[in-house]
Design a protein around this ligand. Structure first.
Ligand code: ATP
Length: 626
């Protein structure tokens, strides 16, 4: 169940900020319990060990009382050495038992922690993979990382050590209370006076500290997000010389984090001195009541000594509750953030009756499509476009007018708000995502490769292919010479995200990969960055081979691609303002002729610089037919 029902209209960040300011939702606790169900055996073992340890602790005051009353008093002028010796052995045994059991308890807790936290991490990871592209556009990577990593870690003290420690504390509290009552009910009655004060303080403390720790977790994820962003954009930051500003921003976020941490710690810190004061008051009360009992002869010295131990054993758990509640508050605040991520539903999902198309011809239609990334801000407006099977369509237009958005809609990274995108006459929302991605291949500008060798990267497109087949595809596309001349040929490591290769080399690998995947429809967003002439020729050659026999939509930035397209669609303000072959449009002297003129003047055969946004003319709403 979503603990945040009613908040679905808010963005992820708004939600986090909102819940960092409010008290914990009870349902989070209910959702945590099933997490420990698979490790109940280990938890039970740790609880069992804790119980034995508690019994060992309680043996000590008994032995000491015994030594005082029997070993010292009844031995005449000397001491009863055997009793004292046995008591010492008994005391040593309780310590030995504690050490041995402490190790065993750590062992079981460790096994339980590995299991439950890894399960949770895997769940979060698997869920992150199912989320739609829109979620990643809205949410900073660092926030996701903070939840999958540190927030999960913070659950360990709550889920694994929390239950046994809590039980041990309760047990010590009850047992010492009971033994005090056995020795003298008046001793327990004196102590009972401090308990209501402690309970009220604990409740108040819990409420305050939960809010503080939620704020700490939120601030922590902010500076992690900034760190991740900096790592991703390190080149840009260096180029623009904004290191100092960026560092200052990080410092600012750290300061916010530290402030919330100090605030949270100070608030938590109230509790320990308060309970310390109560302990002293409890001891004083016991001494007064016990001293009176000795004077009246109703209490022995040994019993008073035992009682003092019991006072500690009674009040120590109450102090431990402060730490336990702090962990509880911190852990549940993090759990809430993890559940928020797990409750995020992917916006794009397969319908239950989603089709799996065995083969497609590759006809594409955008039928009266409207779309905006944000409500009320349309990017694509009532757009109609038909692309025949095997056609090469170049999409051109000023920057920011919706070219890439068309690709996002065709690949179903986003769904159209109105109208439909059809593949072979079939609404793509009725086709399973897997089937759609098999038939529609995409090569985007930011050619990202996975860490590994060149061959590993090629194999992603066709896992069953042998090395020979992969290299043959590379030859066919015209990438072989370039890839073979890398330091270790096809065995060269490409580095994280392909960072050790040039832009052109990365693009060639992506083109070979697209060729190996052999989709019926190919979507290409040509790179805008400059590539040397020979690589540029290779890429153009590769594109020609790649587009043969399939439908291709190319967001074209290069004159050669534009000229070789069957038709060109000019997009402005999310509408197609011109559509037709190069010659026709160039002769018409409209938008395309102007764009093409600018291309020719500025680009030669290289990449075409982004065109400036042109003022729209009222007549431009007219969409010419193909
Ligand atoms: N993920 C996103 N979230 C919100 N707005 C977006 C997103 N992606 C693009 N936009 C906006 O949508 C509009 C169209 O963007 P799009 O990327 O489709 O333009 P484009 O024509 O491909 O530009 P370019 O030639 O520069 O790549 C722009 O105003 C852009 O700011």
């Amino acid at each position: 169940m979503n603990a945040f029902r009613g908040d679905s209209a808010l963005s992820d960040i708004e939600l986090e900020e909102k819940f960092s300011q409010r008290a914990l939702n009870q349902s989070v606790v209910g959702r945590l319990l099933p997490l420990i169900a698979p490790i109940w055996r280990q938890i039970a073992a740790v609880i069992g060990i804790e119980i034995v340890q508690v019994l060992a602790i309680f043996a000590r005051p008994l032995l000491i009382g015994f030594v005082i009353d029997r070993g010292l008093r009844q031995a005449g002028p000397g001491v009863d050495a055997p009793i004292i010796a046995w008591a010492c052995v008994g005391l040593a045994a309780t310590w030995g038992l504690r050490f041995a059991l402490g190790g065993l308890s750590q062992y079981y807790a460790g096994i339980a922690a590995i299991r439950v936290l890894n399960d949770l991490r895997t769940r979060v990871f698997a869920h992150v993979q199912t989320l739609s592209v829109g979620y990643f556009d809205r949410t900073k990577a660092g926030r996701i990382i903070a939840r999958a990593d540190r927030d999960v870690d913070t659950l360990e003290p709550l889920l694994i050590q929390g239950p046994p420690e809590f039980l041990s504390a309760i047990l010590r509290l009850c047992l010492s209370g009971f033994l005090l009552w056995l020795i003298a009910p008046s001793l327990l009655a004196g102590l009972a006076a401090v308990v209501p004060i402690l309970l009220i303080a604990t409740l108040l403390f819990k409420r305050v500290s939960q809010r503080s720790w939620a704020k700490v977790a939120e601030n922590r994820s902010r500076f992690t997000a900034h760190l991740v962003e900096t790592v991703a954009a390190v080149r840009l930051i260096k180029q623009s010389g904004r290191d100092q500003e960026n560092l200052a921003k990080y410092r600012g976020l750290l300061e916010d984090f530290n402030r919330s941490l100090i605030f949270g710690t100070v608030r938590s810190g109230w509790f320990a001195p308060f309970t310390g004061l109560l302990t002293t008051a409890g001891l004083a009360l016991t001494l007064v009541v016990g001293g009176r009992g000795i004077a009246l002869g109703t209490l022995t010295l040994g019993e008073l000594a035992q009682s003092l131990f019991y006072v500690f054993l009674f009040l120590a758990p109450l102090q431990e509750f402060s730490d336990l509640f702090e962990r509880f508050a911190n852990g549940t605040a993090c759990a809430q953030r993890i559940f928020l991520l797990l409750d995020t539903k992917p916006e794009i999902t397969d319908s239950p009756a989603a089709l799996s198309l065995p083969a497609v011809r590759g006809e594409i239609e955008f039928r009266n499509v409207s779309f905006g990334y944000r409500p009320g801000r349309p990017v694509i407006r009532a757009l109609d476009l038909q692309i025949g099977a095997g056609e090469l369509l170049a999409i051109v237009g000023p920057t920011g007018h919706g070219k890439s958005t068309l690709v996002q809609l065709l690949t179903r990274f986003y769904d159209a708000d109105e109208g439909a995108v059809l593949l072979d006459g079939q609404d793509i929302r009725t086709i399973s995502e897997r089937s759609l991605r098999n038939h529609v291949g995409v090569v985007l500008q930011d050619n990202v490769l996975f860490g590994g060798t060149v061959l590993d990267n090629l194999r992603l497109a066709k896992p069953e292919a042998g090395d020979d087949e992969l290299i043959a595809a590379s030859r066919r596309i015209g990438a072989h010479d370039v890839l073979q001349s890398l330091p270790h040929g096809y065995a060269t490591q490409v580095g994280a995200l392909g960072s050790q290769l040039s832009q052109g080399q990365r693009q060639l690998i992506c083109l070979v990969r697209a060729y190996l995947a052999d989709p019926s429809v190919l979507v290409l967003d040509e790179a805008t960055s400059a590539i040397d002439v020979s690589t540029e020729r290779r890429i153009q050659q590769a594109l020609r081979v790649l587009c043969e026999g399939r439908t291709a939509l190319v967001i074209a930035h290069r004159l050669e691609t534009i000229r070789s397209a069957h038709r060109i669609a000019v997009i402005e303000n999310g509408r197609i303002v011109e559509l037709g072959p190069h010659e026709t449009l160039a002769a018409a002297g409209g938008h395309y002729a102007a764009l093409y003129g600018a291309y020719e003047r500025s680009a030669g055969l290289g990449p075409v610089p982004q065109l400036a946004r042109r003022q729209r003319h009222p007549d431009e709403d007219h969409v010419p037919s193909a």
